[in-house]
Design a protein around this ligand. Sequence first.
Ligand SMILES: Nc1ncnc2c1ncn2[C@@H]1O[C@H](COP(=O)(O)OP(=O)(O)OP(=O)(O)O)[C@@H](O)[C@H]1O
Ligand SMILES: [Mg+2]
Length: 311
Amino acid sequence: MSAVSFQNVSKVYRTAGRELKALDGVSFDIQPGEFFGLLGPNGAGKTTLISILAGLTRASGGSVSVLGHDVVNDFAAARKALGIVPQELVFDPFFSVRETLRIQSGYFGVKNNGAWIDELLQGLGLADKADANMRQLSGGMKRRVLVAQALVHRPPVIVLDEPTAGVDVELRQTLWHFVARLNKQGHTVLLTTHYLEEAEALCGRIAMLKLGRVVALDRTSALLAGTASTMMRFKMDQALPAELASHARVTGRIVQVTAHDTAEVERVLQILRANGCQPEDLEIGRADLEDVFLEIMQGAPRSLDQVKVAV
Ligand SMILES: Nc1ncnc2c1ncn2[C@@H]1O[C@H](COP(=O)(O)OP(=O)(O)OP(=O)(O)O)[C@@H](O)[C@H]1O
Ligand SMILES: [Mg+2]
């Protein structure tokens, strides 16, 4: 049985007489024990899909189940199997961190949860804030509490919607260490993030959403191998020659150009030289997930029969 199953899910938002198709026939399954990444640009529909999974939003069509429990017809069982870390920070300012976690345990009917709450506080670096009021915490600390809250009832399926947005490097590492441990113990993880190096390091499989449709779905290693591109990275003060613009990415002084083989690398260098450009700190390496992501997102909208789906 799948840990999570999305079957032909669609969602139309109607606001001020306008219709917006946020999800358009999304179907994929996540198997128990997977560390699964859901990626896509802002507005792609990731949070909408997670809200439907969490039972917070109704799908306009299709169905979603968690460990075989339909999220509409069997809501209580589905919700109990899920631990959801929402993208938005929501909390009650009147309770302390520990009280917040106790209340959440009670919500799921879990009693005598003290030892696990202590472990969560420890594992997420919140032990010294256990008795602090929620409103006294910094933004990153509040996010840690949201993670702890999602995990109080030891859900088999953990869903993290951009858990590391605005979070410092140290906590990110703590958080990943903790979540990776839970995944090794058998918990299924569904993660959305805009930090693609995190997704590349953690996720065994990845689905990419664009305008509410799945445009890629495969093992992370296969997505990376699929492009087979070499990336040239260098710094440059001059403007990029027009001939290179179509397969280059420029961030300030840093230029990244794809090249499929040595001959292409030479051709790029020739064009640069012919245009009087002086690249510095030239590095040549393999394309990473960010390159794959941009290639897929910049590509012409694919029809569903072109979507690469691994079984
Ligand atoms: N409650 C709502 N009412 C109307 N439109 C909405 C609502 N929630 C989301 N949308 C629209 O649906 C689309 C998908 O939004 P969603 O929040 O799912 O994107 P996302 O992939 O999570 O983006 P981000 O990376 O910015 O979090 C967007 O165009 C958004 O404006
Ligand atoms: Mg979102």
